[in-house]
Write a protein that binds this ligand. Structure first.
Ligand SMILES: *Cc1c(COP(=O)(O)O)cnc(C)c1O
Length: 405
């Protein structure tokens, strides 16, 4: 992450403490956040920012949303934890809601985050594959599925993988969006294909239309499972509950996390059809996964998205935002792309880091997801006025990034 050009005293003091005590896996963050309200956050020096990243596509209802505050407060005062040795109502209610998002027989496993959702999905694929003599998982270059060993093994980003090899094997990578490459890679040995509907960490990369349907068809042809990683794309980010289902595709396994509980840690696996029946008692588990408080938060998120019409809002505002980017004619801005409130600005020079700093100095949190790419993934409750604030500031931010050394 790039260093800020201006740092308040409280932030600087925390950066010094961080540097002494935290492991080096992140680098020193440029911001220390103290609180948030809606799409606004304040740092420890009292500086206000418009949060256009939502804690990496997580804070779906923004910060301190009353529905989440109420649900979490109520649940935390009643029951925080049960382990998997007891059931609880919020967990069952959430599983019922998630199962209803796919038009098929479906069952759910609740866990902690995106990586653990994908680990469970991969265990389903491996167990079924082993029973059927299928030993390969096909994944995509540029994809991202998490940092744990299993999820990293199917993550097609060499910089994230190479230092940690050997990773679990039996993984084949193909170019994202290339149906012919996939056709050449899948066969009787394929246990599963794992794919994101849009590559998020890869830079909000959209495949050609019909790609997911082609993945589904190829999996059906060879009897492989289709695992759709909707950790970033699901639950409203793209203006739909699930991008796969929206495109008429029912995956065998869908994984969810990020925005599902608007910041409370949770992950979920939705299995459909025969994938529902692969795991038997003793095959998999978690102590904390699907805890009652996170489940209560997720239910509040699903209720609020529905009652406030946020899927329609995200689609409308996303299109409006894209139209505002269309109107910007700047030598640094090559193009923009995305869906819903999930957008990327493509720069002609590798100065996304400088753009991120300029944006922060101007009061906007954005993410330099690639050297030439800025990612926007704001809370789904972003208002038209807030979106316009960024569009209006964009030419000056591009100027600043272009002029940066
Ligand atoms: C963020 C992400 C993950 C990993 O989620 P964690 O909660 O960080 O483990 C997996 N898949 C996709 C598509 C993601 O965007």
């Amino acid at each position: 992450m790039t260093a800020p050009t201006t740092t308040g005293a409280a932030t600087a003091a925390l950066q010094a403490r961080w540097s002494e005590v935290m492991l080096g896996n992140y680098g020193v963050p440029p911001v220390a956040l103290a609180r948030g309200e809606g799409a606004w956050v304040w740092d420890v020096d009292g500086t206000r920012y418009l949060d256009l990243l939502g804690g990496i596509a997580v804070s779906s209802l923004g910060h301190a949303h009353p529905a989440v505050v109420e649900a979490v407060s109520r649940q935390v005062s009643i029951l925080v934890h049960t382990s998997n040795l007891a059931m609880h109502v919020p967990g069952i209610a959430l599983a019922e809601r998630l199962a209803s998002l796919v038009p098929a027989r479906a069952r759910v496993f609740l866990c902690q985050d995106g990586a653990t959702a994908n680990e469970a999905a991969l265990k389903i694929a491996r167990k079924r594959g082993n029973l059927q003599g299928r030993d390969e998982i096909v994944s995509t270059h540029g994809g991202f599925h998490g940092r744990t060993a299993g999820a990293l093994a199917v993550t097609g980003t060499p910089a994230k993988r190479t230092p940690f090899e050997p990773l679990p094997g039996g993984v084949v990578f193909v170019d994202f969006g290339d149906v012919e490459a996939l056709r050449a890679a899948v066969g009787p040995r394929t246990a599963a294909v794992i794919v994101e509907p849009v590559q998020g960490e890869g830079g909000v990369v959209l495949p050609p239309p019909g790609y997911l349907a082609a993945v589904r068809a190829l999996c059906d042809e060879v009897g492989a499972l289709m695992v759709c990683d909707e950790v970033q794309s699901g639950i409203g980010r793209a203006g739909t509950w699930l991008m796969s289902v929206q495109q008429g595709v029912v995956p065998d396994v869908v994984t969810l996390a990020k925005g599902l509980a608007s910041g409370m840690p949770i992950g979920a696996v939705i299995a459909t059809g025969e994938a529902c029946d692969v795991l038997v008692p003793g095959d998999h588990g978690t102590t904390f996964g699907g805890n009652p408080v996170s489940c209560a938060a997720a239910l509040a998120v699903l209720d609020t998205i529905e009652s406030d019409g946020l899927l329609e809002h995200v689609t409308r505002l996303g299109d409006r935002w894209a139209a505002s980017f269309d109107r910007i004619d700047h030598p640094l801005l090559a193009s923009h792309r995305g869906v819903g409130l999930w957008r990327a600005l493509e720069l002609l020079q590798p100065v996304a880091g400088a753009f991120e700093v300029a944006a922060r100095d101007a009061g906007f949190l954005v993410n330099a997801v690639r050297p030439t790419t800025i990612r926007l993934a704001p809370p789904l409750i972003l208002t038209d006025e807030q979106a316009d604030m960024f569009s209006d500031a964009l030419p000056a931010l591009l100027d600043a990034a272009a002029g940066a050394p």
